[in-house]
Design a protein around this ligand. Structure first.
Ligand code: IMP
Ligand code: MG
Length: 180
């Protein structure tokens, strides 16, 4: 599975991910009791996480998708964040929970929250499976975070390096080989 010379080191096992998502879902359920949630999932990286999280929630929830592009094929954030799919969303008056794979610089989350806030949701919060120490939490409302991780590049469980490794069931640290 790894491309030649790429090295993958296990960081978070599938079992630990599943256990943490269970506790995240319980706290989200407690906070949103009596409402219907509007989950806004950031493509593509958060798809695996969102599918598991959504099935652990007991709160009724709708699922919508937006795309955010900031990285291209590399391991460094490119700066500007391009968002698409926002115009198809109907979030006015809804309880919106943005579901992200990872907060790195936090720019994607911040850009998305700003764009959604203009559309007047009843409430707006963010749930990210992973957060790196590079993320600046000050811009956000309620944030649910699965795991705080070191500033390394990670793949698996939805996250990619040049579109590879999204389908791995666990989260791995990637050491890029010379072949890339
Ligand atoms: P941010 O805008 O810098 O917070 O980066 C957000 C996006 O970059 C995430 O939603 C991921 O898609 C991608 N990203 C950031 N760090 C990693 C990583 O370690 N592995 C894979 N993708 C990452
Ligand atoms: Mg990516």
């Amino acid at each position: 599975m790894p491309a030649e010379a790429d090295q993958l080191e296990l960081l978070i096992s599938a079992r630990r991910i599943a256990a943490r998502i269970g506790t995240l879902a319980r706290s989200i359920d407690a906070d949103y009791r009596g409402t219907t949630l509007s989950l806004v999932v950031v493509l593509k990286g958060a798809v695996v996480f969102a599918a598991d999280l959504a099935r652990r929630l007991t709160t009724p929830a709708t699922l919508d998708f937006v795309a955010a592009l900031s990285y291209g094929a590399g391991t460094r954030s490119a700066g500007d964040v391009a968002l698409s799919g926002l115009d198809q969303l109907d979030v006015a008056g809804r309880h919106v929970l943005v579901v992200e794979d990872i907060l790195d610089s936090g720019r994607t989350g911040a850009a998305l929250l700003a764009a959604l806030r203009e559309r007047r949701p009843a409430s707006l919060a963010l749930c990210a499976l992973l957060r790196k120490p590079t993320a600046d939490p000050r811009d956000w409302p309620t944030v649910y975070v699965g795991f705080d991780i070191p500033a390394d590049f990670v793949v698996g469980y939805g996250m990619d390096y040049g579109e590879r490794y999204r389908n791995l069931p666990a989260i791995h640290r990637l050491v890029v080989g010379n072949g890339w």
